[in-house]
Design a protein around this ligand. Structure first.
Ligand SMILES: Cc1cc2nc3c(=O)[nH]c(=O)nc-3n(C[C@H](O)[C@H](O)[C@H](O)COP(=O)(O)OP(=O)(O)OC[C@H]3O[C@@H](n4cnc5c(N)ncnc54)[C@H](O)[C@@H]3O)c2cc1C
Ligand code: SF4
Length: 281
């Protein structure tokens, strides 16, 4: 591991400015994946800016029945928050099926959405990998690719997107609030995850120094009766081989609302786009 500097930010603006001023800087939230990647020499930051003191860890009800989830809220706290359990069980279930209890107590929501892929070639720091080193090639395409993506791939990268809760958040049309050197913006979650295309090294549209501050979930009545199902190699903790976040409302024999998103099979959380239709037709 290369040595790096460490700073602890007390407020959002300082955190953003400190990373922005340093081209080799990055945010550090729970550190559950960032520290691994630094230790494995996959990432080589000059400076890690610890954001754990920022006041971004609350889960609040919005007036319309939606939720505002602070980017630093821990996975375990969000999974147990009353508004999440009652109104968005698919989000709670996706969190509880992700990682281990110890990791969920440490890992943040923003960090979960920004976690890098689990492809073994990306993580060994010496194999060709277009995501780690653009233009070097993709060892997975001709090598070991069990568990890689079948949707949204390109000839540059076939790595599967790893986050479970991202799949549930796509199903309910969450919006990410961010703040960066250029100000604040809102990014619909579907636009946040980029397909690999020609630039697999770029996984989301965040600019250098841009911080996710919150995840807003609009009121989605159908989500009260929803589910997140996950198939994985072992039950204790493991990434998804395949998963689905689903909510369907049948009214008067017709599908009144349907929300579906798939995980584990694509290079981004995969929204299902099914037209509404009457039963029996
Ligand atoms: C053994 C193991 C098993 C796991 N299993 C699963 C699983 O089954 N399902 C699943 O979904 N996940 C799983 N994970 C991943 C885990 O959920 C992530 O490591 C965790 O959510 C990352 O959050 P963190 O706060 O620790 O982020 P960090 O490790 O601190 O940061 C991760 C990345 O996010 C960036 N970042 C953090 N916060 C922000 C922010 N607010 N704005 C902008 N950028 C930010 C950091 O700069 C870094 O690039 C597993 C991890 C491990 C180690
Ligand atoms: S699948 Fe993507 S992450 Fe894995 S080696 Fe290929 S380019 Fe790298």
């Amino acid at each position: 591991m290369r040595p790096f500097d460490y700073a602890r930010a007390a407020d959002v603006d300082t955190a953003i400015a400190t990373v922005w001023r340093n081209p080799g800087g990055a945010f550090l939230a729970g550190g559950t994946t960032q520290v691994d990647l630094v230790r494995q020499n996959v990432l080589r930051p000059d400076l890690l800016v610890d954001i754990n003191d920022l006041p971004l860890n609350r889960v609040e009800d919005l007036p319309d029945g939606g939720l505002r989830i602070g980017a630093l809220a821990r996975m375990s706290d969000v999974a147990q928050a009353a508004g999440v359990v009652d109104r968005f069980p698919l989000v709670s279930q996706a969190l509880l099926l992700g990682a281990s209890a110890q990791l969920r107590n440490m890992a943040s929501m923003g960090g979960n959405l920004c976690q890098r892929v689990r492809c073994g070639y990306f993580r060994d720091a010496v194999s060709p990998c277009n995501k780690r080193e653009p233009g070097s090639g993709c060892a997975a395409i001709t090598g070991f690719h069990r568990g890689h993506a079948v949707l949204g791939t390109s000839d540059r990268c076939i790595a599967t997107h790893p986050s479970d809760v991202a799949v549930a958040l796509v199903a309910v049309d969450a919006v990410l609030r961010t703040r960066g050197p250029g100000g604040e913006r809102s990014v619909p979650i579907d636009d946040f995850f980029l397909l690999p295309g020609e630039t697999p090294q770029r996984e989301n549209p965040l600019e250098h120094g841009e911080l996710i501050t919150a995840i807003e979930v609009p009121a989605v009545p159908v989500a009260r009766r929803s589910v997140y199902l996950k198939v994985r190699d072992r039950a204790s903790y493991e990434f998804a081989l395949a998963s689905v976040a689903a909510a369907v409302e049948i009214r008067d024999g017709a599908v009144a609302d349907v929300r579906l998103a798939l995980g584990g099979i694509a290079t981004k959380p995969w929204r299902g786009r099914w037209p509404r239709r009457r039963h029996g037709r």
